[in-house]
Design a protein around this ligand. Structure first.
Ligand SMILES: CC(C)(COP(=O)(O)OP(=O)(O)OC[C@H]1O[C@@H](n2cnc3c(N)ncnc32)[C@H](O)[C@@H]1OP(=O)(O)O)[C@@H](O)C(=O)NCCC(=O)NCCS
Length: 150
């Protein structure tokens, strides 16, 4: 199947929110209000992967923080579209968006137990720099990962 990477905007609010709920089944899905904020924030850098039929298969949301680091706040791919390099392509696109905004360092947090996501980030050049005890609301630890952009 062919997928295109396109900007993610407020027009896709409901589709993105619903897809996020299918991706994050551990109670860590964002609320609709959070997506409303993220998709309208001027500092947001967001993309979606779409099928040839126009259905959203994945998304990534990044924010340029006040200290000019890029923060990947969420990335998700629908279960039926996984392992087709969509997350990899979405991450490459958000990094490119960050570069255009003069970001030199990207950070993200990932659950200590989320091995698939850690493998993804490691394959893209991110390194674990810190453990974040009880970072998640249900008490799970997080890991801080960083990558310098060339
Ligand atoms: C993590 C997630 C975004 C990966 O999406 P994806 O489109 O399937 O990932 P890709 O196909 O781009 O994978 C790229 C590489 O990441 C690694 N990877 C991805 N999923 C993996 C898995 N389940 N197990 C091991 N490695 C994995 C592999 O190295 C993979 O390369 P390969 O397929 O050639 O081996 C997806 O599983 C997801 O949405 N999970 C639920 C939400 C989530 O955890 N998001 C991240 C929160 S921090």
């Amino acid at each position: 199947m062919r997928y295109d990477i396109r900007p993610l905007t407020i027009s896709q609010l409901d589709e993105c929110w619903r897809l996020d709920q299918r991706c994050f089944i551990d109670g860590e899905a964002y609320s609709r209000e959070t997506f409303d904020y993220l998709l309208t924030a001027p500092e947001a850098v967001s993309y979606r992967a779409v099928t040839s039929g126009g259905v959203m298969a994945g998304f990534v949301v990044g924010l340029v923080e006040p200290d000019h680091t890029g923060h990947v706040t969420t990335v998700g791919v629908a279960p039926e579209h996984r392992r087709r390099n969509l997350a990899k392509r979405l991450m490459a696109q958000v990094e490119e968006g960050f570069r255009k905004r003069h970001v030199r360092l990207v950070r993200l947090e990932v659950r200590a137990l989320n091995t698939p996501a850690q493998k993804l980030y490691e394959s893209l050049g991110y390194s674990i720099t810190q453990r974040l005890p009880k970072y998640y609301s249900n008490g799970g630890d997080g890991l801080l990962m960083l990558k310098s952009l060339d």
